[in-house]
Design a protein around this ligand. Structure first.
Ligand code: SD4
Length: 334
């Protein structure tokens, strides 16, 4: 890679170090920064910014457009993720997602805003836009997470329309799989579409979303990291945000996204934090050669980081008017 880019990406800013927890901890979330402080951050011209897992340029373009309209980072991640959810060709999210072993497409999604609010749905069936249902959970219920039938009832009550999510192509793939019924995570099977997205609006406020149909041919009832706060996604508007893709079980066991945000709180750059979170998985699981995990992170200054276990992971970043798909550096160099 692109070593130079990687190093640039990893570059430690003095601001990043200075913004360790103690500097801002005494201020409340909404008024974390004075307008002078906000101006100082914006002088880097890093905002607005959108970054997402995999090659999802249409999604980042939509999120960017929403931000250009002056809307919030929360609107941007929801609308950006909606694009991939509605893409029937993407086989790891929304319509067209690969089903579980019984042929059911079950979706997990969550969303988190800059005030620390969070909403999620797990094991949701028959709706194209789980991230939008998750947002409604966040905004309209006293809860943060709804599962299965209850989530479905809630979605109907909010006017979401039921849709069959199993496309012919995904049904065929499942029927093919049934011939051997071998369950083994396939590295990069996500085929660049399960989407974790982080957005920073022009004021420097951060939101994130994560939406997936989960692992192909999972056991019925299996829920991964994507909808779980701290694992598939975490935002702390004082510090930054992180999101994950890949084998959710490994992300869950290490609470990856929360870990990354906490590492940034301690002064690590987004890049260093992503590398350490991948390192934590590798240290704990000697079978790391058999599965993929990838992270992205952004800090309060709009610096980004990304890292994975294996080659093949990439991120899409829209910043300074440029929408780019960028291969990620990775641990397993063989
Ligand atoms: C899961 N992490 O359900 C998700 C799958 C994924 O790219 O992200 N695929 O484990």
């Amino acid at each position: 890679m692109k070593r130079r880019k990687f190093i640039q990406n990893a570059s430690l800013s003095t601001f990043g170090i200075a913004m360790g927890s103690s500097v801002f901890a005494s201020k409340n979330n909404n008024s974390l920064f004075t307008s002078e402080e906000k101006k100082a951050q914006n002088s880097a011209e890093n905002f607005p910014l959108v970054i997402a897992t995999w090659n999802v340029k249409e999604s980042t373009a939509e999120a960017w457009r929403v931000l250009q309209d002056g809307k919030s980072a929360l609107d941007a991640v929801e609308k950006g993720c909606n694009i991939e959810e509605a893409n029937a060709e993407g086989q790891s999210v929304g319509i067209g997602g690969l089903p579980d072993r019984d042929g059911n497409v079950t979706l997990d999604a969550c969303i988190m805003d800059s005030n620390g609010n969070y909403g999620a749905v797990v094991y949701l069936q028959n709706f194209v836009h789980p991230i939008s249902v998750a947002r409604k959970v966040m905004e309209k219920t006293p809860h943060v997470l709804l599962a299965g039938k209850g989530a479905e009832q809630f979605a109907i009550s909010e006017g979401f329309e039921k849709t069959n999510l199993l496309t012919e192509a995904s049904k065929k793939a499942w029927e093919e799989w049934k011939k051997t019924s071998q369950y083994k995570p396939i590295i990069n099977i996500e085929n660049h579409d399960t989407i974790g997205m982080l957005a920073v609006d022009k004021n420097g406020d951060i939101s994130g979303g994560c939406t997936t149909s989960g692992l192909a041919y999972k056991m019925a009832g299996r829920v991964g990291d994507s909808p779980i706060i701290g694992s598939g996604l975490f935002i702390d508007n004082e510090i930054g945000g992180a999101t994950a893709t890949g084998l959710g079980e490994e992300v869950l066991k290490t609470v990856g996204s929360f870990l990354i945000v906490e590492l940034m709180r301690q002064g690590k750059t987004p890049q260093q934090a992503c590398e350490e979170a991948i390192g934590r998985i590798i240290k704990k699981n000697p079978n790391y050669k058999d599965f993929q995990v990838g992270y992205i992170a952004v800090n309060k200054k709009g610096e980004t980081g990304y890292y994975s276990i294996h080659e093949g992971y990439s991120v899409t970043k829209y910043q300074n008017g440029k929408n780019e798909n960028i291969p990620s550096d990775f641990y397993n160099k063989k």
